[in-house]
Design a protein around this ligand. Structure first.
Ligand code: SF4
Length: 356
């Protein structure tokens, strides 16, 4: 993915070829200089850059050695021989790379790249759920911090959530923290969705899942939401369909079940990318983070990519080319995870990686 360039002009020409019409030319000129510097320092440090699909186009299409969704980048992180990993994504992703590579230096270009989902649940919340529902396996979405992963039995991404749920020989599982993803996975796996407070009100004593419920194929969810995907509405889809009746609507499963229900396809960021690549449709509406729409548009110039561009993740937006260069030059911000948490979180991640 990295551009092997001789001069800033050559870098600029390559970027222009890919990003013409997606990023203004004058911006590409400025960023070409940064890209060239980043690639030089990266080589000097024997570093690898991992870039999440939500990175802004001028970064996404230039400096990462690997791009992908959380699961793909996790897998890459287990194989790298670089001394330093720079994670162009948000904090929980960089933490995951550190958990998988405790002996390597892992850097994240900004210390302000959080996530509304990851912040919606704490390790103490998970311990309370474990007490309330003894014996019920707990699966957490990868969008959680290391101390939360450490309390869970497995983690998952949107690519493999249903497979991880089905890998447990249990009628009921707890699935945290995304309410919408839990509901969408419940539908996909033929389970019903309940929330802890519903279990308390008539589905068991003292908040425990009652015996009847335990045989009832239940996913117990949590009320976390992605502040980006929760903003898409059924009306958004209907309005676009009115204007463009042939449009193929693709939704990330962090969107509400109602939005997913009126869409043509739902899947992880990489599944959405593949769907656009493999489909013959001419027009697409992407219900996911806005920059990813730009990145797909850059790769599929012959296809029309509609996106609701007010929906940019403020956390992913913290990661810039400028900060990526500073990260490499100054070794900032180093990601650390206490050893006891790291070892327990690693078990959750390994349990997921073992699921094909
Ligand atoms: S897009 Fe949503 S889930 Fe992803 S980092 Fe941003 S807030 Fe978190």
């Amino acid at each position: 993915m990295a551009i092997l360039e001789q001069t800033v002009d050559a870098t600029y020409e390559k970027m222009l070829e890919k990003l013409r019409g997606v990023v203004p030319n004058f911006e590409l000129r400025i960023k070409a200089d940064l890209v060239q510097k980043i690639n030089r320092v990266k080589a000097e440090r024997n570093a690898v850059i991992l870039g999440h699909n939500y990175m802004e186009p001028a970064l996404f299409h230039t400096v990462p050695d690997h791009v992908g969704d959380s699961l793909e980048l996790c897998r890459v992180a287990t194989r790298t021989t670089a001394d330093t990993i720079v994670f162009c994504g948000v904090q929980f992703m960089a933490e995951t790379a550190k958990i998988l590579n405790p002996e390597k230096t892992v850097l994240i270009p900004s210390d302000e790249a959080g996530c509304s989902l990851a912040e919606s649940i704490t390790a103490s919340d998970v311990r309370s759920l474990r007490d309330a529902f003894p014996g019920v396996p707990i699966i957490c979405y990868i969008n959680t911090y290391a101390d939360v992963k450490a309390e869970c039995d497995a983690c998952c991404t949107s690519s493999n959530a249903a497979a991880v749920v089905e890998s447990f020989d249990a009628d009921s599982v707890i699935f945290l923290p995304d309410e919408y993803l839990a509901s969408n996975v419940a539908k996909e796996t033929g389970k019903r969705i309940l929330f802890p407070e519903q279990c308390k009100s008539g589905h068991g004593e003292n908040g425990r899942l009652g015996q009847a419920d335990a045989h009832d194929q239940t996913i117990i969810g949590w009320h976390g939401k992605c502040e980006v995907h929760e903003r898409f509405t059924v009306e958004d889809v209907q309005n676009v369909r009115k204007q463009f009746p042939e449009v193929l609507v693709l939704a990330h499963p962090e969107c509400s079940p109602e939005v997913v229900g009126v869409s043509d396809f739902s899947g992880s960021t990489s599944a959405l990318i593949r769907r656009v690549r493999e489909s013959d449709a001419e027009q697409y509406l992407l219900l996911t983070e806005c920059c990813m729409g730009d990145n797909i548009a850059a790769e599929n110039p012959e296809k029309d990519m509609l996106r609701l561009c007010s929906v940019r993740c403020p956390h992913m937006n913290q990661i810039t080319l400028e900060d990526t260069l500073a990260s490499l030059e100054q070794g900032r911000y180093e990601v650390t995870v206490p050893e006891d948490i790291l070892l327990r979180a690693r078990r959750s991640i390994d349990r997921m990686l073992a699921v094909q």
